[in-house]
Design a binder for this molecule. Sequence first.
Ligand code: MG
Length: 166
Amino acid sequence: MSEKKEYGMVEKAARDWLTKRGVRIEDIADLVYFLQVKYHPDLTLDTCIENVERVIRKREVQNAILTGIQLDIMAEEKKLFAPLQGIIERDESLYGVDEIIALSIVNVYGSIGFTNYGYIDKQKPGILEMLNDKSSGECHTFLDDIVGAIAAAASSRLAHRIANVE
Ligand code: MG
């Protein structure tokens, strides 16, 4: 894509951080495709990309991205205070704040989002498997949930729009 888009400062920062952490818009669109193709066999990856783009335009989504990635990086650099440092580093399952931040994204497009988020969080396809690879030395305790939530929200948006057209 040669066309240069102008983004606001917060949106640009959120997009840049996603890229720096190894997550491309296409990777999230692949998750949307995974969630929705069984309901919409004619679905294209372009439609998935467009819906992910729309979700990322929302300020509450950008805020979640910036907050989650910042905490992941601080944990990687061992800069958090105990006991939070260990809890985030180990991605302790009872912690749950990563999921709460993710749900603030899912909420944006209503209740189908919750089902999609729960499902994709269990299946962990594509980029989610990579983000969950604990042997990488990287910490994505927050980002994996955020990426799953963006995919779930984009899926809900897409499903609503297709339902309204049909
Ligand atoms: Mg997590």
